[in-house]
Design a protein around this ligand. Structure first.
Ligand SMILES: NC(=O)C1=CN([C@@H]2O[C@H](COP(=O)(O)OP(=O)(O)OC[C@H]3O[C@@H](n4cnc5c(N)ncnc54)[C@H](OP(=O)(O)O)[C@@H]3O)[C@@H](O)[C@H]2O)[C@H](O)CC1
Ligand SMILES: [K+]
Length: 468
């Protein structure tokens, strides 16, 4: 099953898109030429998907609407039955030119369409990156109704009402659900950040002739993880120590996931009687338990508890020079104690843990993650339906949305163990976090039905095979 957004792709804000557009224009292109490319690209996709059915294109007053008029003209020239409905007259020169080149009738929108008079294929070209304020209820309601009634609904650039840079909702909770979104020139944050991302459906990028785009933010790429070679032994494949606590299941899951993600040796520091899987080496915790030089990474937090003993274990882990994955309970005990730590450190908070650690921030999830990474000096993974990975130097990625079945107990423990396995193999911390999230997401997508976290861990080898 493919991810819903392209992997390793640049993600540009509205301002960065305008800058790219300006560069293209300075190099000899024009808004009209870019719009022609965009509208033709949209028409090509719609033509393929419509298979002869009637298409209704909703056009807004800006250049997003302009793309819609171009698409209508190109589709009609190819014999596709097209209707156009517009929210007022075009306000930009390029959109007006595209409107003038459309020779068919233009219906009023929402007008008579507000009662749901749609076509089998609905194309939303009402608003794109230029939306700066809330959409009128009547407009948002009509788009949602029409998209819901269509057999196939496609958004041009963005679902109208999506806030480009934050992934927020200018549609006041009325964003329509689309089967697909055709991102023009590049992905925008709203294609990967919630709540907007879940309304996009499958996102595909249309090349509109902006040339190569450099972006600080990218979607996570598919990692390349080498299989063990003839020289490999259990320690070169990475030794992971999982520091457990009173909730044994959580640390067991992290340990199991570390093996399933390729670690050569997993030590579980909890004590207790041996039980399956016997490959996990169980030892009682002692203050010098992390002194073994062969330990390549320590995972601490899953099932750790929050009592004095847990604090003591965390102190020892922080004081060690081992690369660390800090998750779950350990995040609650941190209170700014990371300062001065030189060894690689990865924090994996979900939204609640993130807010408790770094406070309620402002700006998009991406900006908040970058800020937290800078302040803590750690790689910060803000988990969720739109997991963001940020490094202290400013590097940042958003993981492709994956299966919603991940929203179940234990999957965070599996992620911590997975990242630990990669970190123990000396993968640099940002790349270890990125690859771990990719493997975790790919395993979930492969199962894509109700599962236990144990089964997710057991699907990791299959995901690993896809990352060769
Ligand atoms: N960037 C590129 O390289 C290219 C992008 N293309 C397409 O252009 C849009 C962005 O176009 P833009 O004209 O900047 O903006 P929009 O079409 O998204 O919308 C702006 C118009 O909508 C009005 N507006 C804004 N908010 C509302 C609202 N809540 N209700 C009603 N009307 C609203 C706004 O009017 P103002 O009153 O604010 O002036 C504008 O008229 C991008 O997404 C791509 O689809 C090009 O086609 C190719 C190059
Ligand atoms: K749109």
């Amino acid at each position: 099953m493919l991810p819903n957004v392209p992997e390793g792709a640049p993600v540009l804000t509205a301002a960065a898109m305008r800058a790219a557009e300006d560069r293209a224009i300075a190099a000899g292109s024009s808004v009209a030429a870019l719009m022609e490319c965009a509208g033709t690209g949209v028409a090509e996709w719609v033509h393929r998907l419509a298979a002869g059915s009637e298409v209704l294109i909703l056009c807004g007053p800006g250049n997003n609407g302009g793309d819609g008029y171009v698409a209508a003209r190109v589709l009609a020239s190819r014999g596709v039955p097209v209707r156009v409905a517009a929210l007022g007259e075009p306000k930009t020169a390029a959109a007006a030119q595209a409107r003038a080149a459309w020779s068919g009738p233009v219906e009023a929108f929402p007008g008579g369409l507000a009662d749901g008079d749609t076509a089998p294929i609905l194309v939303d070209a009402v608003f794109g990156t230029g939306l700066t304020r809330a959409v009128d209820d009547a407009v948002a309601d009509a788009i949602r109704l029409l998209a819901g009634r269509a057999r196939l609904s496609i958004a041009v650039d963005l679902p109208s009402g999506a806030e480009t840079d934050s992934g927020g909702d200018f549609g006041a909770g009325k964003l329509a659900n689309f089967d697909g979104t055709l991102a023009l020139g590049a992905l925008k944050p709203a294609h990967v950040l919630q709540p907007a991302a879940r309304h996009c459906g499958a996102v595909r990028v249309i090349d509109i002739g902006l040339g190569s785009l450099d972006a600080v933010l990218r979607t996570s790429p598919r990692p390349q993880i080498a299989a063990p070679g003839p020289e490999s032994h259990k320690y070169t494949r990475g030794m992971v120590a999982v520091v457990g606590g009173p909730m044994h299941g959580a640390s067991e899951l992290a340990a199991r996931a570390a093996y399933r993600a390729g670690a050569g040796y997993v030590l579980l520091l909890t004590g207790g009687l041996p039980h399956p899987p016997h490959a996990i080496v169980r030892q009682r915790w002692s203050p010098d338990a992390l002194a073994d030089d062969r330990i390549g990474a320590v995972v601490i937090g899953p099932g750790l508890g929050r009592d004095d003993r847990a604090r003591e274990k965390l102190e020892a882990a922080l004081a060690s020079d081992r690369p660390l994955v800090i998750d779950g309970d350990a995040l609650h005990l941190l209170d700014g104690r990371l300062r001065g730590r030189d060894a690689p450190t990865i924090l994996t908070p979900h939204a609640g843990e993130f807010a408790a650690l770094f406070g309620a921030g402002t700006g998009s999830k991406i900006m908040q993650a970058q800020d937290a990474a800078r302040k803590s000096g750690a790689v910060v993974v803000v988990k969720g339906a739109d997991t963001v990975i940020a490094a202290p130097g400013g590097r940042v990625q958003v993981a492709a949305p994956t299966s919603a079945w991940l929203s179940v107990a234990g999957t965070g423990d599996v992620l911590a163990g997975t990242i630990g396995a990669l970190l123990a193999q000396h993968v640099p911390p940002f790349d270890a976090a990125s690859a771990g999230i990719w493997l975790h997401g790919a395993a979930a997508r492969m199962i894509d039905r109700c599962f236990l976290a144990d089964e997710l861990a057991d699907a990791l080898p299959e995901a690993l095979e896809r990352a060769r």
